[in-house]
Ligand binder design. Structure first.
Ligand code: SF4
Ligand code: SF4
Length: 77
């Protein structure tokens, strides 16, 4: 099954404010400074969600399609 998960499309403009982490209803985003880690298995439980992208005031995040078989994705920043 395919679903959407966040990626940092523009790492240079990420302010590291962590708003995306706070906005995630399933706490799928973790800060492993200087990067973020997305638990894909948690994100997949909200397959139509884009809360993190909507809350990013810097517009640094976009959604990308992935397979639910993936577990972890690193957002480089
Ligand atoms: S991706 Fe956006 S919301 Fe998340 S830490 Fe960076 S600037 Fe903040
Ligand atoms: S798309 Fe939704 S569930 Fe997935 S990481 Fe972003 S806020 Fe969390």
């Amino acid at each position: 099954m395919k679903f959407n998960y966040p990626v940092l499309a523009n790492p240079e403009i990420c302010q590291h404010c962590k708003t995306c982490m706070a906005a995630c209803p399933v706490k799928a985003i973790k800060d492993i400074d200087p990067r973020f880690e997305v638990d894909i298995s948690k994100c997949a439980t909200r397959s139509d969600c884009f809360s993190c992208v909507m809350h990013c005031k810097s517009h640094a995040l976009v959604l990308k399609q992935a397979d639910t078989k993936e577990k972890i994705n690193i957002l480089t920043g």
